[in-house]
Design a binder for this molecule. Structure first.
Ligand code: ATP
Length: 306
Protein backbone atom coordinates (compact mmCIF):
# COMPACT_ATOMS: atom_id res chain seq x y z
CA UNK A 1 0.00 0.00 0.00
CA UNK A 2 2.85 2.33 0.89
CA UNK A 3 4.30 1.69 -2.55
CA UNK A 4 1.05 2.81 -4.08
CA UNK A 5 0.59 5.73 -1.72
CA UNK A 6 3.86 7.45 -2.55
CA UNK A 7 3.29 7.74 -6.31
CA UNK A 8 -0.34 8.72 -5.74
CA UNK A 9 0.69 11.37 -3.30
CA UNK A 10 3.33 12.56 -5.73
CA UNK A 11 0.78 12.70 -8.52
CA UNK A 12 -1.52 14.73 -6.32
CA UNK A 13 1.30 17.16 -5.70
CA UNK A 14 2.11 17.27 -9.38
CA UNK A 15 -1.53 17.89 -10.22
CA UNK A 16 -1.69 20.80 -7.80
CA UNK A 17 1.52 22.25 -9.16
CA UNK A 18 0.38 21.95 -12.75
CA UNK A 19 -2.92 23.54 -11.84
CA UNK A 20 -1.11 26.39 -10.08
CA UNK A 21 1.18 26.77 -13.09
CA UNK A 22 -1.84 26.94 -15.38
CA UNK A 23 -3.38 29.61 -13.21
CA UNK A 24 -0.12 31.51 -13.19
CA UNK A 25 -0.09 31.26 -16.97
CA UNK A 26 -3.66 32.54 -17.02
CA UNK A 27 -2.58 35.44 -14.84
CA UNK A 28 0.38 35.98 -17.06
CA UNK A 29 -1.76 36.13 -20.18
CA UNK A 30 -4.03 38.58 -18.50
CA UNK A 31 -1.02 40.74 -17.76
CA UNK A 32 0.49 40.29 -21.21
CA UNK A 33 -2.85 41.18 -22.72
CA UNK A 34 -2.76 44.43 -20.82
CA UNK A 35 0.72 45.38 -21.86
CA UNK A 36 3.40 43.19 -23.37
CA UNK A 37 6.05 45.89 -23.14
CA UNK A 38 6.54 45.80 -19.39
CA UNK A 39 9.44 43.51 -18.69
CA UNK A 40 11.88 43.09 -15.85
CA UNK A 41 14.99 45.17 -16.35
CA UNK A 42 18.10 43.05 -17.00
CA UNK A 43 19.45 43.62 -13.49
CA UNK A 44 16.10 43.69 -11.69
CA UNK A 45 16.28 42.55 -8.08
CA UNK A 46 13.57 41.14 -5.89
CA UNK A 47 11.67 43.78 -3.96
CA UNK A 48 12.73 43.84 -0.31
CA UNK A 49 9.50 44.84 1.35
CA UNK A 50 9.54 45.69 5.04
CA UNK A 51 6.74 47.98 6.23
CA UNK A 52 5.11 48.51 2.85
CA UNK A 53 5.38 52.30 2.48
CA UNK A 54 3.96 53.33 -0.91
CA UNK A 55 5.09 56.57 -2.49
CA UNK A 56 4.11 58.25 -5.77
CA UNK A 57 6.54 61.00 -6.80
CA UNK A 58 5.33 63.43 -9.45
CA UNK A 59 3.83 60.65 -11.56
CA UNK A 60 2.74 61.50 -15.09
CA UNK A 61 1.03 58.95 -17.28
CA UNK A 62 -0.82 58.60 -20.60
CA UNK A 63 -2.25 55.48 -22.26
CA UNK A 64 -1.90 57.28 -25.57
CA UNK A 65 0.60 60.16 -25.81
CA UNK A 66 -1.89 62.78 -26.92
CA UNK A 67 -4.16 62.22 -23.92
CA UNK A 68 -2.43 62.65 -20.53
CA UNK A 69 -4.30 60.90 -17.72
CA UNK A 70 -2.13 61.61 -14.64
CA UNK A 71 -0.46 65.00 -14.49
CA UNK A 72 2.00 65.06 -11.62
CA UNK A 73 0.52 62.92 -8.85
CA UNK A 74 2.44 62.77 -5.54
CA UNK A 75 1.33 61.13 -2.33
CA UNK A 76 2.51 58.69 0.30
CA UNK A 77 0.73 55.90 2.10
CA UNK A 78 2.64 55.45 5.37
CA UNK A 79 3.05 51.91 6.70
CA UNK A 80 -0.22 50.54 8.03
CA UNK A 81 -2.22 53.59 6.96
CA UNK A 82 -5.18 53.88 4.62
CA UNK A 83 -5.31 56.40 1.82
CA UNK A 84 -8.42 56.69 -0.33
CA UNK A 85 -8.50 58.12 -3.83
CA UNK A 86 -11.81 59.67 -4.84
CA UNK A 87 -12.89 61.78 -7.79
CA UNK A 88 -15.23 61.89 -10.74
CA UNK A 89 -15.46 59.03 -13.21
CA UNK A 90 -12.50 59.03 -15.57
CA UNK A 91 -10.30 61.09 -13.21
CA UNK A 92 -7.58 58.40 -13.27
CA UNK A 93 -8.24 56.58 -9.97
CA UNK A 94 -7.99 52.99 -11.24
CA UNK A 95 -5.01 54.00 -13.37
CA UNK A 96 -3.13 54.65 -10.11
CA UNK A 97 -3.70 51.05 -9.00
CA UNK A 98 -2.63 49.73 -12.43
CA UNK A 99 0.60 51.70 -12.20
CA UNK A 100 1.28 50.42 -8.69
CA UNK A 101 0.94 46.87 -10.04
CA UNK A 102 3.18 47.91 -12.92
CA UNK A 103 0.71 46.91 -15.58
CA UNK A 104 1.88 50.21 -17.07
CA UNK A 105 4.85 52.47 -16.43
CA UNK A 106 4.73 56.18 -15.64
CA UNK A 107 5.80 58.50 -18.46
CA UNK A 108 7.80 60.33 -15.83
CA UNK A 109 8.08 60.33 -12.04
CA UNK A 110 8.61 57.34 -9.76
CA UNK A 111 6.63 54.88 -7.70
CA UNK A 112 8.45 53.55 -4.67
CA UNK A 113 7.75 50.76 -2.21
CA UNK A 114 9.89 50.94 0.90
CA UNK A 115 12.26 53.24 -0.96
CA UNK A 116 12.69 50.97 -4.00
CA UNK A 117 11.57 52.12 -7.43
CA UNK A 118 9.12 49.48 -8.63
CA UNK A 119 10.49 49.86 -12.17
CA UNK A 120 13.77 48.31 -10.93
CA UNK A 121 12.38 45.24 -9.18
CA UNK A 122 11.28 41.85 -10.42
CA UNK A 123 7.57 41.98 -11.20
CA UNK A 124 6.86 38.65 -9.56
CA UNK A 125 8.28 39.95 -6.27
CA UNK A 126 6.23 43.14 -6.61
CA UNK A 127 2.97 41.28 -7.09
CA UNK A 128 3.72 39.07 -4.15
CA UNK A 129 3.63 41.97 -1.67
CA UNK A 130 0.47 43.55 -3.06
CA UNK A 131 -2.94 42.07 -2.49
CA UNK A 132 -5.62 43.25 -4.84
CA UNK A 133 -9.35 43.17 -4.30
CA UNK A 134 -10.46 44.12 -7.81
CA UNK A 135 -13.74 45.61 -9.01
CA UNK A 136 -14.71 42.41 -10.75
CA UNK A 137 -13.35 39.17 -9.43
CA UNK A 138 -13.01 36.37 -11.92
CA UNK A 139 -13.79 33.01 -10.34
CA UNK A 140 -12.10 29.85 -11.50
CA UNK A 141 -14.27 27.01 -12.69
CA UNK A 142 -13.72 25.01 -9.59
CA UNK A 143 -15.13 24.75 -6.09
CA UNK A 144 -15.70 27.78 -3.91
CA UNK A 145 -13.14 26.34 -1.45
CA UNK A 146 -10.56 26.21 -4.23
CA UNK A 147 -11.35 29.80 -5.13
CA UNK A 148 -10.57 30.91 -1.58
CA UNK A 149 -7.55 28.63 -1.24
CA UNK A 150 -6.08 30.28 -4.35
CA UNK A 151 -4.86 33.03 -1.98
CA UNK A 152 -2.30 30.63 -0.51
CA UNK A 153 -1.86 27.01 -1.50
CA UNK A 154 -0.27 25.82 1.71
CA UNK A 155 -3.07 27.23 3.89
CA UNK A 156 -4.81 24.60 6.01
CA UNK A 157 -8.54 23.93 5.76
CA UNK A 158 -8.85 25.69 9.11
CA UNK A 159 -7.11 28.81 7.76
CA UNK A 160 -9.35 28.80 4.69
CA UNK A 161 -12.42 28.70 6.95
CA UNK A 162 -11.05 31.48 9.14
CA UNK A 163 -10.38 33.68 6.08
CA UNK A 164 -13.92 33.02 4.84
CA UNK A 165 -15.27 33.93 8.26
CA UNK A 166 -13.33 37.22 8.37
CA UNK A 167 -14.52 38.01 4.85
CA UNK A 168 -18.12 37.32 5.98
CA UNK A 169 -18.70 34.68 3.32
CA UNK A 170 -18.61 31.60 5.58
CA UNK A 171 -22.32 31.63 6.36
CA UNK A 172 -23.15 31.85 2.66
CA UNK A 173 -20.81 28.92 1.92
CA UNK A 174 -22.35 26.93 4.77
CA UNK A 175 -25.76 27.20 3.12
CA UNK A 176 -24.56 25.89 -0.26
CA UNK A 177 -25.57 22.32 -1.16
CA UNK A 178 -22.00 20.99 -1.02
CA UNK A 179 -20.47 23.66 1.22
CA UNK A 180 -16.86 24.38 0.30
CA UNK A 181 -17.03 21.71 -2.43
CA UNK A 182 -19.75 23.51 -4.38
CA UNK A 183 -18.65 24.24 -7.96
CA UNK A 184 -18.80 27.93 -8.89
CA UNK A 185 -17.89 30.03 -11.92
CA UNK A 186 -19.12 29.79 -15.48
CA UNK A 187 -19.98 26.10 -15.21
CA UNK A 188 -21.12 26.14 -11.61
CA UNK A 189 -23.13 28.30 -9.28
CA UNK A 190 -23.16 31.93 -10.34
CA UNK A 191 -22.29 34.29 -7.52
CA UNK A 192 -23.49 37.87 -7.16
CA UNK A 193 -21.06 40.78 -7.39
CA UNK A 194 -21.01 41.16 -3.60
CA UNK A 195 -20.38 37.44 -3.03
CA UNK A 196 -17.57 37.39 -5.57
CA UNK A 197 -16.00 40.38 -3.91
CA UNK A 198 -16.11 38.63 -0.55
CA UNK A 199 -14.40 35.58 -2.08
CA UNK A 200 -11.69 37.98 -3.30
CA UNK A 201 -11.40 39.44 0.21
CA UNK A 202 -11.07 35.96 1.73
CA UNK A 203 -8.34 35.12 -0.80
CA UNK A 204 -6.47 38.29 0.11
CA UNK A 205 -6.79 37.58 3.82
CA UNK A 206 -5.16 34.18 3.18
CA UNK A 207 -2.40 35.73 1.09
CA UNK A 208 -1.72 38.24 3.90
CA UNK A 209 0.24 40.81 1.86
CA UNK A 210 1.75 43.92 3.51
CA UNK A 211 0.11 46.19 0.91
CA UNK A 212 -3.51 46.14 -0.12
CA UNK A 213 -5.24 47.74 -3.05
CA UNK A 214 -8.99 47.83 -2.91
CA UNK A 215 -10.62 48.81 -6.16
CA UNK A 216 -14.22 49.20 -5.20
CA UNK A 217 -17.03 47.93 -7.35
CA UNK A 218 -18.66 50.69 -9.35
CA UNK A 219 -21.99 48.92 -9.45
CA UNK A 220 -24.32 49.79 -6.63
CA UNK A 221 -24.66 47.09 -4.00
CA UNK A 222 -27.61 47.05 -1.68
CA UNK A 223 -27.03 48.76 1.65
CA UNK A 224 -26.81 45.52 3.62
CA UNK A 225 -24.25 43.92 1.30
CA UNK A 226 -22.30 47.15 1.15
CA UNK A 227 -22.08 47.23 4.94
CA UNK A 228 -21.01 43.58 5.11
CA UNK A 229 -18.31 44.18 2.53
CA UNK A 230 -17.19 47.33 4.26
CA UNK A 231 -16.81 45.42 7.54
CA UNK A 232 -14.80 42.72 5.79
CA UNK A 233 -12.58 45.28 4.10
CA UNK A 234 -12.02 47.11 7.39
CA UNK A 235 -10.81 43.88 8.92
CA UNK A 236 -8.48 42.95 6.09
CA UNK A 237 -6.97 46.45 5.88
CA UNK A 238 -6.30 46.78 9.61
CA UNK A 239 -2.56 47.18 10.16
CA UNK A 240 -1.79 47.00 6.44
CA UNK A 241 -0.79 49.76 4.06
CA UNK A 242 -3.99 50.24 2.10
CA UNK A 243 -4.87 52.17 -1.01
CA UNK A 244 -8.60 52.39 -1.61
CA UNK A 245 -9.78 53.33 -5.08
CA UNK A 246 -13.19 54.58 -4.10
CA UNK A 247 -16.00 54.91 -6.56
CA UNK A 248 -18.48 55.66 -3.76
CA UNK A 249 -17.84 58.01 -0.87
CA UNK A 250 -19.48 56.06 1.94
CA UNK A 251 -16.41 53.83 2.24
CA UNK A 252 -13.76 56.49 2.72
CA UNK A 253 -14.92 58.24 5.89
CA UNK A 254 -12.42 56.41 8.10
CA UNK A 255 -9.38 56.78 5.80
CA UNK A 256 -6.29 58.47 7.26
CA UNK A 257 -6.13 60.62 4.17
CA UNK A 258 -8.51 61.21 1.28
CA UNK A 259 -7.06 62.38 -2.00
CA UNK A 260 -9.40 64.05 -4.44
CA UNK A 261 -8.33 63.50 -8.02
CA UNK A 262 -9.80 65.53 -10.84
CA UNK A 263 -8.64 65.25 -14.46
CA UNK A 264 -5.38 63.65 -13.39
CA UNK A 265 -4.44 66.19 -10.71
CA UNK A 266 -4.80 66.16 -6.95
CA UNK A 267 -7.14 69.02 -6.20
CA UNK A 268 -7.78 68.45 -2.47
CA UNK A 269 -6.47 66.21 0.28
CA UNK A 270 -7.25 65.69 3.95
CA UNK A 271 -9.47 63.74 6.31
CA UNK A 272 -13.21 63.42 5.75
CA UNK A 273 -13.93 66.07 8.42
CA UNK A 274 -11.35 68.56 7.20
CA UNK A 275 -12.47 68.21 3.60
CA UNK A 276 -16.11 68.72 4.54
CA UNK A 277 -15.14 71.82 6.53
CA UNK A 278 -13.22 73.12 3.50
CA UNK A 279 -16.46 73.18 1.51
CA UNK A 280 -14.75 72.43 -1.82
CA UNK A 281 -14.95 69.66 -4.42
CA UNK A 282 -15.14 66.83 -1.87
CA UNK A 283 -17.88 68.53 0.14
CA UNK A 284 -19.88 69.05 -3.04
CA UNK A 285 -19.41 65.40 -4.04
CA UNK A 286 -20.46 64.29 -0.58
CA UNK A 287 -23.64 66.40 -0.61
CA UNK A 288 -24.53 65.18 -4.07
CA UNK A 289 -24.06 61.56 -3.06
CA UNK A 290 -26.21 62.09 0.02
CA UNK A 291 -28.99 63.46 -2.13
CA UNK A 292 -28.72 60.48 -4.49
CA UNK A 293 -28.78 58.05 -1.54
CA UNK A 294 -31.78 59.78 -0.02
CA UNK A 295 -33.61 59.75 -3.36
CA UNK A 296 -32.84 56.02 -3.74
CA UNK A 297 -34.16 55.29 -0.23
CA UNK A 298 -37.34 57.28 -0.88
CA UNK A 299 -37.90 55.44 -4.15
CA UNK A 300 -37.45 52.10 -2.41
CA UNK A 301 -39.95 53.11 0.31
CA UNK A 302 -42.50 54.22 -2.27
CA UNK A 303 -42.04 50.94 -4.18
CA UNK A 304 -42.49 48.92 -0.99
CA UNK A 305 -45.63 50.84 -0.04
CA UNK A 306 -47.16 50.48 -3.51
P1 ATP B 1 -14.20 55.28 -12.76
O1 ATP B 1 -14.53 55.88 -11.44
O2 ATP B 1 -15.26 55.55 -13.78
O3 ATP B 1 -13.79 53.85 -12.72
P2 ATP B 1 -11.40 56.17 -12.89
O4 ATP B 1 -11.14 57.48 -12.23
O5 ATP B 1 -11.00 54.96 -12.16
O6 ATP B 1 -12.92 56.12 -13.35
P3 ATP B 1 -9.56 55.30 -14.94
O7 ATP B 1 -10.06 53.92 -15.11
O8 ATP B 1 -8.29 55.49 -14.21
O9 ATP B 1 -10.68 56.24 -14.32
O10 ATP B 1 -9.43 55.93 -16.39
C1 ATP B 1 -8.95 57.26 -16.62
C2 ATP B 1 -9.07 57.59 -18.09
O11 ATP B 1 -8.20 56.75 -18.84
C3 ATP B 1 -10.45 57.40 -18.66
O12 ATP B 1 -10.76 58.49 -19.48
C4 ATP B 1 -10.34 56.14 -19.49
O13 ATP B 1 -11.17 56.23 -20.62
C5 ATP B 1 -8.89 56.12 -19.89
N1 ATP B 1 -8.39 54.74 -20.04
C6 ATP B 1 -8.50 53.75 -19.12
N2 ATP B 1 -7.91 52.61 -19.56
C7 ATP B 1 -7.44 52.89 -20.79
C8 ATP B 1 -6.72 52.13 -21.78
N3 ATP B 1 -6.39 50.86 -21.57
N4 ATP B 1 -6.41 52.74 -22.94
C9 ATP B 1 -6.74 54.02 -23.18
N5 ATP B 1 -7.40 54.81 -22.28
C10 ATP B 1 -7.75 54.25 -21.11
Amino acid sequence: LVQLYIPLNFMGMLYREIKQALIDIEDMFRIIERNPEIEDRPNAKPLQASNGVVRFEDVHFAYIPERPILKGVSFEVPAGHTVAIVGPSGAGKSTISRLLFRFYEPTSGRILIDGQDIADVQQASLRKVIGMVPQDTVLFNDTIGYNVQYGRWDASAEEVREAARLAQIDRFIGQLPEGYDTPVGERGLKLSGGEKQRVAIARTILKGPPILVLDEATSALDTFTEKEIQDALDRVSRGRTTLVIAHRLSTVIGADEIIVLDQGRIVERGTHASLLAQGGVYAAMWNRQRQVDEARETLKRVEQEA
